[in-house]
Design a protein around this ligand. Structure first.
Ligand SMILES: *[C@@H]1O[C@H](CO)[C@@H](O)[C@H](O)[C@H]1NC(C)=O
Ligand SMILES: *[C@@H]1O[C@H](CO)[C@@H](O)[C@H](O)[C@H]1NC(C)=O
Ligand SMILES: *[C@@H]1O[C@H](CO)[C@@H](O)[C@H](O)[C@H]1NC(C)=O
Ligand SMILES: *[C@@H]1O[C@H](CO)[C@@H](O)[C@H](O)[C@H]1NC(C)=O
Ligand SMILES: *[C@@H]1O[C@H](CO)[C@@H](O)[C@H](O)[C@H]1NC(C)=O
Ligand SMILES: *[C@@H]1O[C@H](CO)[C@@H](O)[C@H](O)[C@H]1NC(C)=O
Length: 177
């Protein structure tokens, strides 16, 4: 009798726990949507100081959907930004911490620009990121500060930058010069 009682108590707490997880998951899902993605991308736009092709000025305008912006790919079902590829635009500027809010991003390609400064550590909160390409920029700071925690990553390309520091040994596909 007593045993049954404690079992049902455990079942009850488990149910509560699962419900709580669902609520937390729902809250997290609600706080990250296409509006979050737009704010993150507009923050990036704000941090670009030189844009010779007027990519940001003419195309990344807040009165059009981010999914129609050059360099942006969205998932049709989730309606979230899944790829950001603004390589080869000769851009100057820095990477804002808000970029880490692109939580559905799988590809981040900023290669062949003149971006500088440290890579914000918030980059490693992008838990879907698989391909990261920073090749040929002027980025600096310690590589380990952002590379260590990227669990989903398959490929990181960092060649031709000003990075320093030790690389984590548990990641295989890192190319750094
Ligand atoms: C995104 O979430 C915020 C707050 O969580 C909400 O106010 C906003 O309406 C949502 N936007 C879309 C496009 O769902
Ligand atoms: C931005 O560029 C895309 C692709 O060329 C185009 O479809 C879209 O209409 C452009 N948006 C604006 C506001 O010019
Ligand atoms: C959107 O805003 C830009 C300026 O920020 C303007 O040039 C463009 O005509 C606007 N497009 C629409 C569809 O309202
Ligand atoms: C990034 O873009 C360049 C072209 O601009 C391309 O050569 C490279 O393969 C891309 N990187 C990834 C990881 O897709
Ligand atoms: C986006 O990221 C910044 C800094 O990483 C954070 O302070 C902010 O609350 C985030 N915004 C949203 C809408 O999630
Ligand atoms: C990132 O990784 C470092 C080293 O493994 C660890 O000390 C730190 O707590 C991690 N941070 C987050 C936010 O996961």
């Amino acid at each position: 009798m007593e045993r049954n009682f404690s079992l049902s108590m455990i079942t009850l707490s488990l149910t509560h726990f699962l419900l709580l997880c669902l609520v937390v998951a729902a809250a997290a899902a609600a706080s990250n949507n296409i509006t979050t993605d737009q704010q993150a991308l507009l923050a990036l736009k704000d941090h670009i100081t030189y844009d010779p092709t007027n990519l940001f000025a003419h195309n990344w305008t807040s009165n059009t959907s981010v999914c129609t912006w050059i360099g942006i790919t969205c998932d049709v079902n989730s309606h979230r930004v899944t790829a950001l590829d603004i390589s080869q635009f000769n851009l100057q500027g820095t990477i804002p911490p808000q970029l880490g809010n692109l939580s559905s991003l799988t590809t981040l390609n900023l290669s062949h620009n003149k971006l500088s400064g440290d890579v914000p550590s918030s980059i490693y909160t992008m838990h879907s990121l698989k391909f990261l390409d920073f090749t040929d920029n002027q980025l600096s700071g310690s590589v380990s500060s952002f590379v260590f925690n990227m669990s989903s990553i398959l490929e990181i390309l960092l060649t031709n930058n000003r990075f320093s520091g030790e690389l984590p040994k548990n990641i295989c596909n890192i190319f750094l010069i």
